[in-house]
Each structure stands twice: as C-alpha cells, then as structure tokens.
Write a protein that binds this ligand. Structure first.
Ligand code: ARG
Ligand code: ZN
Length: 881
C-alpha cells in the first residue's frame, strides 16, 4: 500500500475564503444529474486570529470536488479560460481571484452508479444524499469543510411521475409545473450551515404528516417519507419525533427553528441516520416499527436515534464543529442528550446499564486495540474512520462527567451559555468546556480536558479500611497511569455510598447519602467519621467515570450490594463482578467452578424472587455476560480455545443450578403482556427470554418442543426472535423448522429478513461456519444493501468469538472473502466492518498470523480507498508479532 496522506489538528488554519450563499439547481435526468451552482465567495480579511495565527492573503482559491465532470465554469458571469483554473486530484484551483465574486459551475454526476452511498446516490429509484463528512464534494465544488457556513437555496427539476416528491433543506419556497410532465420545487434554508448538512431527496415516496404546537406555542409541520408499502410502519417514529421536540424544549429549553421538519427513510444507507438541517435521512431500520415486525429493542432504538438526530439541530447544526477533530463536540454531546432523553422516557436504571454495557463491550475493546484513539484525535487519514464508539460513546461519558461534577442546574446554565455564545458558529471542544467552566465553576479546561486527548481506559484500584480508635472509615484509590497514553493521572469523579450489611445507608457529614470524590492524582484517600467496621462501599454509582475499577469485595458483600445498593448500575455491577469471577475461576481453577457457581446461583435466585426489581432490571441482572464482553477483562495473549471452553462451562453450570428456578418461574408466570411496545412489557419479555436461553442449554427434546410452542404462540416479533435466539443454541430439527417458518412468514419484510440472517450469524455450534457460508451465497444476501451485508458480518465478528476466531482461521478467511466483495464498491462499509479484526490483537501468535495473511491479501487489492487503507494499515501494525 502506498503512503497515506495524514491530516493533523496542529495544521489547522482558518479558511482564507468564506461563502455567503449557495444557489443550486439540480436537473434530474434519465441517467444522470446536472448540477448548476452559483456561490458567493469572498476573501476573508487578512488578520490574526485568537490563537495568533496570521491568516495570509491567499492568491488562489482551492475548492474540493471529487470525480466531477465539469461542464462549465464562470466567474461573475464570464466563462473562465483554461489558464484561469485547474481541476486535478479532486481539487479545483482558481488562479488570482478577486476579493469578492460569484463562482458559477456546472457539473454532471451519476447517482445510479454511486455505490459508495456517499454524495448523491439513487437506489430503489430514490435519490438521496449523505454528505457528512465529505460527501458534498461528490456533488459539486465548494469549500467542503465544516467551518464554512452559508445559506442555501436549492431548486430541483425533475419528472413528476418518477419524482412526485422533491425535497431539500429548509422551507418550501416555490413549486410549479414545467410542462411535459416536468416540474420544479425550490427550497430555502435561512440558517447558515456547512456543506455536510446539505441534503436532497427525490423519488416516489409516500408520506404521513402531523402538525403540532409545542409547549412554547411553536407550530411545526412534521413529515415522514418512505416507500408507500412501508408507510404504515412509521407511526412510532412520528411519536418519537413529537416526544423529542417536547423533551428538548422542556429539559434543555431548546426549540425548533423552522416550520417544517422532514424525515426520509431509505433502505440503502451506510449508517443509522443523518441530521441534515430539517431533512433528516434515516436508515429504515431506525424508522419502521410495528409489533409484528419490530422487536422491543428496535422500538427503543428508533426512539433513541430519532431523538439523537433531532437534538443535533442545536448541538451540531446551529452550533457546529470547527474541524473534524472536534467531531465529539457534536456527537458526544448529542449522544449524552439522547441517552438522557431515553432515561426520561423509559426506566433510567435500565438505560444506564445498557449504555454502560455497550460502552464496555465496544469502546473499551476499541481502546485496547490497534484502532485506539483519543476522543479528540490529533491526526487521521480518513475522517470517516473516526465515527467510532470512542468519539460517540466515550465522548458522551465525558459530557456525563461534566454533568456529574457540577449537577443538572449548572450544566443547563452551561448549555444556555454555550448557545448564547456560539450560536451560528463552528467551534472547538474547548469552547464547550469553557462554557461549562464559566457556568459550573469547575476548571474543565485544565486537567479535566486531558480526557479528550488521552487514549486508553484508566484503571482504578480501590481499598477500604476501618480505624477502630477514631472510627474513621477510609476509602483509598489508585489509578494506574500506564493504562493510558500519554501516561498521566486523569480527573476521575467517583460517586460513593456506604451501606451496612442490612442495607442501612451511611449518612455523610453534609446530610447526604452519597458523595462525589474527585481522584485527580495517582492516589487519593478519603476518610469518613463515625464509621463502622462492616460498611460496604458502593463505588462508581451510575458508572460515574469511564474506567476499569476493582475492589476486593467478598461474595457476601456483593450480595448485599445487589440487594440494597441505592443505584441500579451498582446492583448490576455487583452481579457482573460475580459472573466475571466465576468465568475467571472456570478459566484458572476449573475444579472450583462448581462451588463458586453455587454462590452465584444463590444471588441470582434472590434477584429473581425480589419484587423490588422490575422485570426489566431482573433480566439485566440475570443474563450472563456474553463471552465477547468478558474478553476485555482478560490479559493478552488470550487463549481463545480455553476462554470458549470456560465460558461454555459456566453457562452450563449456571443453567443446571438455575434450571428449577427458571422452570418454576416460567410455569408460574401469569403476567399479562400486550401485543404492543411498552417499557413494562418489554421488561417482562426480556426476563422470559433469559429463562428460555438458560433452559435451551438442555438437550432433551421436551425443551425443543416447548421452545417451538413459545415460537408459535408468540404475540409479537420480540417473542419470535427470543424463541429463535434460544433455539439457535440447539442444533436440532425444531430450530430448522422455526427458522424456515420465519423466513417464509416475513418474505416481504427486508428488515425482518436481516434478523433471520443475523440470528444465524450468531450460531456457535461447531459447524456454524458452513451454515453462515451458505447464507452468504444465497441470492437474497444482497451485498449492495448495507443492512443485509452487515446482518451476517457484524454479529459474526462482534458477537460470535468462538466462530470468528476459530483456530484454523476459517472465520477470518470467510469474513475477508465477503469484505472483498464490497471493498471497492462500498469502502466505508468495508472499513467499518474490518475494524472488528482489532480483537485479534489480543490473541495468540497463530491467530494473529492467520488474520494478518487474510488482511494482507486484502491490502494488495488495486485501487483501495483511503479509509480502507488506513484501517488495514492500523490492523496490520497491531497484529505484528
Ligand atoms: N452524524 C451522523 C449521526 O451521528 C452520523 C454520520 C456518520 N458519517 C460517517 N461518515 N460515518 O447521526
Ligand atoms: Zn450524531
């Protein structure tokens, strides 16, 4: 592979030119689109900026434009001669430009041939765009960078039969007929925005609309567009949108700023969704839901993603990023906002537990492998590779720490200040930190800021001690600075409670029952008066910082925490500690596994019988952690075969010990559930699923028959999927029967067929790879559809370590063979899925060698894109012996 061109934060300089306004005309033609573009450009005055950089007077203007067929180019109405400009290597240079002028360009693009799904593409007969981060340059020439903000007017002209709907950002200004079945519409967005927020949609789309008046009296027309046959599945998404709008007004005092808000759902989309100003474009997966075709998790995901994209309107759009190194400025903050939205709409403890578990499973793993990078990276080759769990999820944890440290009230003051100071600007993460510092009185721009520029997950060790003489109870903490790079102590907020074995809560001197400790050195220690010998520290309540942490709890203490801790995350974590210890025992002292399992099962039975917990919380507490979520806790090199063996052993032993309890539970379970989504019913269904998964381990036929019955009597998609999920653990007739029925019953629902693929990709029976390979060869494995392609590859690489990491390398070979099929046509998707190979870096030499061979062969392919090359380079470096 040739050298990659690296972009560095340190090299940032302000743009020498600004753009005031874009006029764009799109002519949708049979086999191509003509884009005429007038932009008002002016030189930014020579000056030094706040950082003391001189902005030099640039003679030439350089614009981005990728693979565009240039039809004409003019400045102030005069066509340019060949010596006045140059277009090569994706850059258009205009020589010796004036201080102010209008640039007119015309290009032709080919949306039907655009399989990268970036820029303007047409699939399923629908035109749509994806411009973040750098897709606009594939549509027309411009300064395609987030710190150039301009207003847009967009005129679209097309055939009425083919494109009865034609949309762009902002409000509809005009529309009219042009004869011969052609017509036009004109959209105007008065809010200056960077090019990455531009959007255009056209095609034969059905719509639903709803008019609302918000609490603040704002009237908005909401619309959702998609293919007619699925439009009936958009009610829940519409409700989620209404809820998002109301929530943002209520909790953040932020209101919508236009009269129209459109969502378009398309089936071929590389990511979840995109926050284009007033014209959000969504993957159908995050819009379509009814109880027959979507699981409770899907409903939840829709609410979260609709919220996320809507909340970007302020945190991302009105206030955007100065450069792409600031990506977490909008993403971390917006994830935090969507998490809080979900907390307020559903059950807070459950939300928090799920967020933490995702963070640990995905982000902690990322942070420990060759893809590791700080939340604010200092350099990249392809920005598309940095839409990661680190930027999003760890970024959200950092925002949560601001909130934890200064509290809701000061945090909201900080948000108000942020909006007041920076509305309409493209800013840095530092600017956000400064607002929070000014509002909250905590120095976020100092040591705390290191969270953004440090890679790796800190490790904290806790000890506690009691002094009989002065009755002081002392908590000490030590952070291992070598766990992060650069090595240094970070500011770690620790939310602490102390409870006695009977559950009584210790009252701190200020009268409260919990305390925030700030660990900002390598070591810290805090003493509390009037203590007692047997106090049990409940540490990191709510997971108050994104760290690994440990404390030597006895099993009895863990049981007390599960029963009495005043915090859902702490209760969950006490169970996780027990499960992890059991796994370690199985790995290191197999003979002791049984004894240990007895204690764990006892804790589990207490939880199951405890009416204090909701069914949903019980389900989270009682589900054994997946093997992939245990791997981050093992030291390298991991012996994968041993890990798989140990895991299977604990699953079996716990199932044996819990068999009776689960059977009784299912038998006596008389809870009524409705065939519709609700938090309560989702919790009940989740708990039943945990029981069924436990019972599915047992080979006897009666279990298979009962599972088939569970499948057949399913009230909704969640139950069907849960039944199949349990059946997948068994290589028997019942499983094949149910899978075949499922495939046939939902032939017309692509998102359900994706589930059918995904379920089987998690199969870890010994011959699973044969089955998965056969699936990949099917005609309905449409590799051009990212959801379908992912459905097989993502669960296999991320959730099925036994098969993916099979010792003979067949898993690696299979995945690379599949990736090869799309690597040139959809590099972004390929790059993303390849990231899963970072987990190999913790395994043995043999596996590393096998993976390296497969990845090396991919790297030899001619014509790879920058994003794929960057990922391959990082992986290959990480897999060196
Ligand atoms: N901004 C979008 C969101 O968070 C995601 C865009 C992802 N873009 C990319 N090139 N991966 O909702
Ligand atoms: Zn986002």
């Amino acid at each position: 592979m040739s050298e990659l061109n690296i972009v560095r934060l340190a090299d940032y300089s302000k743009p020498a030119f600004g753009i005031d306004h874009h006029e764009l005309q799109f002519y949708l033609q049979e086999d191509s689109v003509r884009v005429a573009h007038q932009q008002k450009i002016r030189r930014v005055q020579e000056k030094t900026d706040a950082n003391g950089w001189t902005i030099e007077r640039e003679k030439h203007l350089v614009l981005n434009g990728e693979g565009l067929e240039l039809l004409s180019i003019a400045v102030n109405g005069k066509a340019l001669e060949s010596g006045q400009y140059r277009y090569e290597n994706d850059l258009l240079t205009l020589f010796d430009v004036a201080d102010e002028f209008v640039l007119e360009t015309e290009v032709r693009i080919h949306p039907d041939e655009n399989k990268e799904l970036s820029g303007l593409y047409r699939s399923n007969g629908i035109y749509c765009t994806q411009c973040e981060a750098q897709g606009f340059r594939r549509i027309s020439f411009t300064l395609d960078r987030p710190d150039v903000l301009a207003t847009y007017r967009v005129r679209i002209e097309g055939n009425k039969q083919q494109n009865p709907v034609m949309l762009s950002n902002g409000d509809l200004e005009q529309h009219g007929d042009l004869g011969e079945d052609n017509y036009y519409s004109v959209w105007h967005d008065p809010h200056p925005k960077p090019s990455y927020l531009f959007a255009l949609v056209a095609g034969d789309l059905a719509q639903v609309s709803r008019r609302i008046t918000t609490a603040k009296g704002k009237k908005i027309e909401l619309r959702i567009y998609t293919e007619a046959k699925f439009i009936s599945q958009t009610d829940y998404a519409m409700q989620a949108l209404v809820d998002s709008i109301n929530w943002d007004e209520k909790r953040f005092n932020l209101s919508y700023d236009l009269n129209r808000f459109n969502i378009v759902a398309v089936s071929d989309f590389n990511m979840g969704a995109m926050e284009n100003k007033s014209l959000n474009i969504f993957n159908t997966k995050y819009v379509f839901a009814d109880i027959e075709t979507a699981t409770d998790a899907d409903f939840h995901g829709i609410q979260a993603v609709i919220g996320h994209e809507y909340f970007h309107n302020w945190t991302g759009n009105r206030i955007t990023c100065r450069d792409w190194f600031q990506l977490s400025l909008k993403e971390g903050l917006t994830v935090f906002r969507d998490q809080e939205f979900s907390c307020d709409m559903n059950e807070r403890d459950i939300e928090r537990i799920n967020n933490v578990s995702l963070l640990r499973r995905v982000q902690f793993a990322e942070d420990a492998g060759p893809m590791r990078h700080p939340v604010q990276p200092q350099e990249y080759a392809a920005i598309d590779n940095f839409y990661t769990a680190t930027v999003y999820e760890k970024g959200a944890e950092i925002i949560r720490m601001y909130h934890t440290i200064i509290g809701e009230e000061a945090f909201q003051k900080g948000m108000a200040l942020y909006v007041k100071r920076h509305d309409g600007q493209a800013v840095r993460i530092e600017d956000f930190a400064q607002c929070m510092e000014d509002a909250g009185g905590y120095p976020f721009t100092k040591q705390f800021f290191d969270w953004y520029t440090t890679a790796g997950t800190p490790k904290v060790n806790f000890t506690s001690a009691y002094n009989q003489h002065n009755r002081h109870f002392t908590i000490s903490a030590h952070q291992d600075t070598s766990a992060v790079s650069p090595a240094r102590p970070l500011v770690i907020p620790i939310r602490l409670a102390l409870i006695s074995p009977n559950g009584r809560q210790y009252r701190f001197s200020d009268g409260s029952y919990s305390k925030l400790l700030m660990l900002d050195q390598t070591r810290g220690s805090w003493s509390f008066e009037r203590g007692e010998e047997d106090l049990i520290p409940v540490l990191m309540m709510g997971f108050s910082a994104p760290v690994y942490y440990e404390h030597h709890y006895s099993n009895e203490e863990l049981a007390v925490i599960v029963r009495h801790a005043p915090d859902g995350f702490a209760r969950y974590e006490a169970m996780q500690i027990s499960y992890r210890r059991l796994f370690m025992t199985a790995l290191q002292k197999p003979l002791k596994t049984k004894d240990h399992a007895k204690d764990v099962a006892e804790m589990m039975m207490h939880v199951l019988a405890n009416d204090k917990f909701s069914a949903g919380e019980k389900a989270l507490l009682l589900a054994l952690p997946s093997l992939d979520s245990l791997l981050p806790y093992l030291e390298a090199p991991i012996d994968m075969d041993k890990a798989v063996g140990a895991y299977e052993r604990i699953v079996r032993i716990i199932a044996l010990k819990m068999r009776r309890a689960w059977s009784d539970y299912l038998e006596n379970d008389k809870e009524e559930t409705q065939a519709k989504f609700s938090v309560r019913d989702a919790g009940i269904r989740a708990l039943r699923a945990v029981a069924w998964r436990a019972l599915a381990v047992f080979e006897d036929d009666s279990v298979g028959e009962r599972l088939i019955k569970y499948y057949q009597e399913a009230q909704c998609m969640t139950e069907r999927v849960n039944a199949l999920d349990a059946l997948m653990m068994r290589a028997d007739k019942c499983r094949e029967q149910a899978l075949a029925d499922f495939r046939q019953g939902f032939a017309e629902q692509p998102l359900v067929i994706d589930k059918w693929f995904a379920l089987q990709a998690k199969d870890n029976c010994p011959e699973a790879l044969e089955r998965i390979s056969a699936l990949a060869a099917r005609e309905d494995y449409h590799i051009g559809n990212p959801n379908r392609f992912r459905a097989l590859i993502a669960p296999l690489t991320q959730m099925n370590p036994a098969i993916f990491h099979q010792g003979d390398g067949a898993g690696y070979r299979f995945v690379c063979t599949q990736i090869r099929r799309i690597i040139l046509q959809n590099p972004q998707l390929a790059a993303r899925l390849l990231g899963a190979f970072s987990s190999v870096s913790k395994l043995d030499e043999q596996r590393k060698t096998l993976a390296r061979q497969e990845l090396g062969a991919l790297a030899d392919i001619e014509g790879l894109s920058v994003d794929v090359r960057e990922v391959l380079e990082r992986l290959l470096n990480g897999l060196k012996s």
